[in-house]
Ligand binder design. Structure first.
Ligand code: ZN
Length: 209
């Protein structure tokens, strides 16, 4: 939902968008298929899927079958970094996006990171993204990159409203950390809980069911 909305915002702002999805060994391979579908539907100029298998390291409920996906916590209990944190995931995703952007001659990296209703992931903090922008500008031939996270300060309800305004087909988005083969959410994990809260607060039904 966040990635699709970020893409729709970039397109609304007039950017020619090249969408990157990383198959990093996540349990939820369905999100890769849906990302492809949504990128085409929204009008990305191109879409690439890159494989970097983080199951080689494990260390997360999303990349290691021996680590169960934890059940959602109540809103006031959401502190500490949960087992669904994937070590250095956004550093890796941004590094890949940066490599592709430099190749394309693009200067803008947009990602759906969000610091409001997120689960405490350190690589969703604004300070991290500012630091990565410095890395991008020090570590490339091209330089002059901007890292943008337009959803950073939005609540999940705000993101639902933006997605609806932009015509994102939310019924095709997948949020669950451990969805079924058709993309249906488990209804138990933190991602499902945050999504349900977002739709409830926005006063809208979730078209994904
Ligand atoms: Zn779930």
């Amino acid at each position: 939902m966040d990635s699709a909305t970020t893409l729709a915002l970039a397109l609304e702002d007039g950017f020619e968008a090249h969408a990157l999805t990383v198959r990093y060994g996540q349990r939820h391979g369905i999100e890769v298929e849906r990302a492809q579908e949504l990128a085409v539907a929204l009008g990305a100029r191109s879409h690439r899927v890159v494989d970097v298998d983080l199951r080689a390291f494990g260390g997360s409920a999303l990349t290691d079958d021996r680590v169960p996906v934890p059940a959602a916590r109540a809103r006031d209990e959401r502190h500490g970094i949960p087992a669904t944190y994937v070590p250095a995931r956004n550093t890796l995703l941004l590094a890949l996006a940066l490599a592709w952007a430099e190749t394309l001659g693009a200067r803008e990296l947009h990602l759906g990171a969000n610091a409001v209703d997120y689960s405490g992931y350190p690589d969703c903090r604004p300070e991290f993204l500012e630091a990565f922008e410095r890395v991008a500008n020090l570590g490339t031939r091209a330089g002059r990159f901007h890292v943008r996270a337009p959803l950073m300060c939005l609540s999940k309800a705000d993101i639902v409203r933006e997605a609806v305004r932009l015509g994102v087909d939310l019924g095709r988005t997948v949020s669950c950390y451990d969805p079924g083969p058709t993309g249906a959410g488990c209804g138990m994990c933190e991602a499902c809980a945050l999504r349900a809260e977002g739709f409830r607060e926005a006063g809208l039904p979730d078209p994904a069911g």
